[in-house]
Design a protein around this ligand. Structure first.
Ligand SMILES: Nc1ncnc2c1ncn2[C@@H]1O[C@H](COP(=O)(O)OP(=O)(O)OP(=O)(O)O)[C@@H](O)[C@H]1O
Length: 304
């Protein structure tokens, strides 16, 4: 796959061209740096690096290649878990040395296998206050906030619906199979994989990393009514969690779909949000215990 082919699949985060970890020591190989919304149309930027190449040097090569604005400040982030937290590298850190700690599956060019896609380097822009600018995807995701919705209702902003984009299929003006699929397709193209049908959440498996499952999103979806914000699996978890607290009754979330549609992944995201809410920042390992029990439960009673 070329760096600018515009496709969606394939490619693991940082990829050496050699297979065995020991042989990386003195080799020059290719780092794949994903610029996200900083360079539209580019999936990843291949950058040559050695073990001693620093993050600052790798960023420099990436900026040169992508012709990005040098007046801005950039950082390299490492992601080691699907949808997980991003670890910002110091300028003197060596990305190749970080990669050497990744499992072999992530180092080999085996797209779609062995969880290699979980591991990658991302190019991020830093704001003046030192915070990370998450760019297009996050902006797009935040578009339908409560405030924006109110402004839209007051006629201060154009109606989302006018553009044929409905976050809730119940609001479709005309309910046909075609309008329904068109709406889902249009949202999916904007990386909006979640859509409501009332209190039901439809998920379309993106088969690619989306930066919408980090602590920022956990916080954002904490204690909001369903439909207040852009549809998200965290919103469903949040509503169930708070209903449990208020009504003091067990809650049930049914996850259904064909094989490979993302049920297990969605369950993991639900558990992640529920444990984050219940622990409020305290790492107790409960999430790992529950996730560890998942495969055993799936063998006995497959997730519906
Ligand atoms: N929200 C998501 N974002 C990105 N990729 C996803 C998402 N959900 C699922 N995937 C991708 O789809 C793959 C299949 O998902 P998953 O294993 O959850 O499916 P499943 O419905 O549980 O399948 P099965 O019924 O066969 O066990 C995952 O390994 C992951 O790569």
């Amino acid at each position: 796959m070329s760096a600018r082919d515009g496709g969606h699949g394939g490619g693991i985060g940082g990829v050496g061209t050699l297979g065995r970890r020991g042989r990386y020591e003195d080799s020059e190989f290719t780092l794949r740096i994903y610029p996200g919304s900083l360079a539209e149309g580019t999936i990843y930027c291949p950058v040559s690096a050695r073990k001693s190449t620093t993050a600052a040097e790798a960023i420099e090569r990436c900026l040169e290649r992508l012709r990005l604005d040098r007046d801005r400040c950039y950082v390299l982030a490492e992601v080691k878990e699907f949808g997980g937290e991003e670890w910002i590298l110091n300028p003197s850190d060596c990305p190749v040395q970080r990669m050497m700690l990744w499992p072999r599956g992530a180092l080999e060019q085996r797209s779609g296998s062995g969880g290699g896609e979980d591991y990658r380097f991302l190019l991020r822009q830093k704001n003046l206050d030192g915070s990370i600018h998450y760019g297009g995807s996050l902006q797009m995701w935040l578009r339908v906030t409560e405030e924006r919705r109110r402004m839209t209702e007051r006629g201060l902003l154009p109606q989302e619906e006018a553009r044929g984009d409905h976050a809730d299929l119940c609001r479709l003006p005309e309910l046909t199979e075609r309008s329904l699929l068109d709406n889902l397709r249009s949202r999916f193209r904007q990386e909006r994989i979640y859509t409501y049908v009332g209190s039901i959440l439809i998920v379309i498996n993106p088969f690619q990393f989306l930066p919408i499952y980090n602590p920022k999103y956990v916080k954002m979806y904490d204690n909001h009514a369903l439909g207040d914000l852009e549809p998200h699996i965290y919103a469903v978890a949040d509503v169930a969690y708070h209903a449990m607290l208020q009504r003091r009754r067990n809650q049930c979330i049914v996850i259904s779909g064909e094989s490979g549609s993302g049920k297990t992944q969605s369950t993991n995201f639900l558990i992640h949000h529920l444990t984050a809410l219940s622990q409020k920042g305290f790492a107790s390992g409960v999430e790992q215990i529950i996730l560890g029990a998942g495969p055993v439960l799936e063998v006995r009673t497959p997730v519906v």
